[in-house]
Design a protein around this ligand. Sequence first.
Ligand SMILES: Nc1ncnc2c1ncn2[C@@H]1O[C@H](COP(=O)(O)OP(=O)(O)OP(=O)(O)O)[C@@H](O)[C@H]1O
Ligand SMILES: [Mg+2]
Length: 282
Amino acid sequence: MSRSAVKKSLLKKPYVISVICQKGGVGKTTCAIVLSTLLASMGYKVLGLDVDQQGNYTETFTGISIRDLRLDGYLGVIYAINPAEDPREFLVKENELSDRLPENFDLLIGDERTGFFSEKIREYKIQDKNSVLKNMIARFDTDYDFVIIDTAPALSPMLTNALVASDGVVCIYQPEKYCYSAMFSLFETIREVQAFNPNLKPLGILTALMDGRRSDMQEFVDLIFGDQELGKYCFKTIISRKASTGRLAYAGVVKRINPEADLGMKQYVPFVKELLERIRKN
Ligand SMILES: Nc1ncnc2c1ncn2[C@@H]1O[C@H](COP(=O)(O)OP(=O)(O)OP(=O)(O)O)[C@@H](O)[C@H]1O
Ligand SMILES: [Mg+2]
């Protein structure tokens, strides 16, 4: 699908996508990183928001530890939410900090200070506590096509904010018992937020970290794909556990620096195609 075909069909601009799952370590950040990179490589202008205090999305894109970023004075999301500030002041832009940021991609970093979200809301005297991220994104006048939000493994006020700010949500599903259980409460959370944000669409469930040698994982794939309520949301693409995908975390997504970056990201290409088709149809 061409860039213009999708752009014309986007309901609003930027189109905001949160990558979510309250279960930890299921492949959210990897998906958010690769999705941001592939969209940027297609010519879309992408803003990445790291709202997880682990700062994994930030560290992969910058190649710099969140501690060093903090010591160097980088502030990120938690300061950009201040209505008295221009959020553009807090961006890490292409080539500014390191040569690891892709073209067409800007970043608002996240680090342990993200844990002070509620305190900052009080300090900045923000009234609408659920629309903090939404209002911050609205203050960017840059021509972004997509905002991608990498979220923490928790059903938290920050997650509610990410969902209130989003047009679409991608749920990551690792085919295992605990993650299977988590999917149902995750969809309850999505429905609860739809009361505040009726535009929020579950774009789909992406199965990730699949190990084809494990028959129990295949059973959990069959369970979710066959589920009456959730089966219809499953993307056909299944992301497998692959060494080159795992290495993106430290080697990064820019080919100059990580020669196998394309190999690591390749399995996400059909997912991005499915995703753009669903956005177009929504
Ligand atoms: N397809 C894959 N193949 C191999 N390794 C992967 C793959 N996807 C993710 N990983 C690795 O698995 C670990 C967990 O992935 P990731 O950090 O993306 O999960 P997460 O859901 O964001 O975790 P958290 O809940 O802690 O934020 C990371 O070390 C990552 O590099
Ligand atoms: Mg993560």
